[in-house]
Design a protein around this ligand. Structure first.
Ligand code: AR6
Length: 178
């Protein structure tokens, strides 16, 4: 499902974040040490190869809400933007921190003249953030940021399963069309 927010095309799809060949920057739901880990971080590091972890060494650790950028090595993209989401129930206020993950990733993309960026549903896996709440924060933040993002033409949310896609679609419908 697609939505237009000012000059930006927002796409919601079901898929794998490591398989976004037409996208310049993919976002990693990272851990503080920017190491391999599980979920998205594991998939991104495996697909990018060991050079990615080397490139991350000098940038770690990062705090919840922060974002850093590296090359993408063997991934079919130019850049990886690594952000650390909040652990639900521990890092508070959660919505504020999750919002900053998206804000800082988008700012970093804009500063690097990136035209297309793909996000996974940050914090909704190992970090336990309920998908519906996370979808609301994610879509609202993109909407709020849209006017500041001069170069970005495509923002894509890549949801791993059908239920998560439906949840993001229903939040986007509420927030962007009403
Ligand atoms: N492509 C797209 N989405 C995916 C993929 C994939 N290949 N794999 C999982 N997801 P998570 P977090 C979904 O756990 O909650 C790691 O171990 C998944 O279904 O990757 O921010 C790190 O090392 C879920 O909806 O990220 C950190 O320690 C969403 O992506 C910690 O987990 C995020 O799940 C970060 O936890």
């Amino acid at each position: 499902m697609n939505f237009q927010i000012e000059e930006i095309l927002l796409e919601l799809i079901q898929g794998d974040i490591t398989d976004q060949k037409d996208i310049e920057a993919v976002v990693n739901a990272a851990n503080a040490q920017l190491k391999i880990g599980g979920g998205v971080a594991g998939a991104i590091h495996r697909a990018a190869g060991p050079e990615l972890e080397k490139a991350c060494r000098n940038l770690a650790p990062i705090n919840p809400g922060e974002a850093v950028i590296t090359e993408a090595f063997q991934l079919p993209n130019q850049y990886v933007i690594h952000t650390l989401g909040p652990v639900y129930g521990r890092d508070k206020p959660e919505a504020d921190i999750l919002g900053r993950c998206y804000k800082n990733s988008l700012k970093l993309a804009a500063a690097n003249r990136i035209k297309s960026i793909a996000f996974p549903a940050i914090s909704t896996g190992a970090f336990g953030y309920p998908t519906e709440e996370a979808a609301e924060v994610s879509i609202r933040t993109v909407k709020e940021m849209a006017s500041e993002l001069k170069n970005i033409k495509i923002i894509r949310f890549v949801l791993y399963n059908k239920d998560d896609l439906r949840t993001f679609e229903s939040q986007a419908n509420k927030i962007l069309t009403q």
